[in-house]
Design a protein around this ligand. Structure first.
Ligand SMILES: [Zn+2]
Length: 128
């Protein structure tokens, strides 16, 4: 594993959804999580194997679960938190989880790609 001060840059790069190789090309072509087949700038493949972005999904779910749990624990401390009906509470948590999933999906996919590239870099197919 290679590490050092570049890790922070890598995280920043991942949050901006840029190619981990050249940091210029976009990763996504559509909302919410349509990943381009390769970098439009340097030609780096974004799909190393089929089912590659399962890792991105897992990161999304873990982050979502942590945030929902955090909000839930915080809500227990609020006065009157138990006074909502079960249906209303369920609707609230479902909406929160869905919005978080949509919100976190892109950075999580991008982070997955960047982490993988950081640990085990591969070459662009067609160098420019
Ligand atoms: Zn690139």
């Amino acid at each position: 594993m290679r590490g050092g001060p570049n890790f922070y840059k890598l995280l920043l790069n991942a949050l901006h959804c840029r190619c981990p190789n050249c940091r210029q090309g976009r990763v996504f072509r559509g909302w919410p999580n349509r990943v381009l087949p390769r970098c439009p700038h340097c030609g780096l493949s974004y799909f190393r194997e089929s089912g590659y972005y399962l890792g991105g999904m897992i990161i999304t779910y873990i982050l979502t679960a942590f945030i929902v749990l955090g909000v839930y624990v915080a809500s227990l401390a609020l006065p009157g938190a138990g006074s909502f009906s079960e249906n209303l509470a369920f609707a609230f948590w479902a909406c929160l989880a869905i919005s978080l999933t949509l919100l976190l999906m892109r950075p999580a996919y991008s982070l997955w790609l960047s982490l993988d590239f950081w640990m085990d870099p591969w070459q662009p197919d067609e160098p420019k």
